[in-house]
Design a protein around this ligand. Sequence first.
Ligand SMILES: [Zn+2]
Length: 95
Amino acid sequence: MELKKIQEFILKNNIQLSDCTMHTNRKLENNGKIRILVLKGETDAYVEYICPKCGHYCYTKKTWKRPFSIKCENCGKLIRVPRMKTLIKKEIKNY
Ligand SMILES: [Zn+2]
């Protein structure tokens, strides 16, 4: 399964890198994934993930803070996103 919602959101709203406080796309263990987008001036993060424990897919919003973590709504696993400093800036430019 792929993460598509945030991608669609970025395209639909023509979001540029300069509009973002944070944008990251991580691979997790066991084919889990997480993508986080925080727009400048907003306190909520758009979060899209595939749980590395149970494979559950979810697209949601959560208050942004560092270090960021989110609980899988299905199995309760705490999904952490370490080293947020490593912004993958190329991601948005390449879309
Ligand atoms: Zn889960």
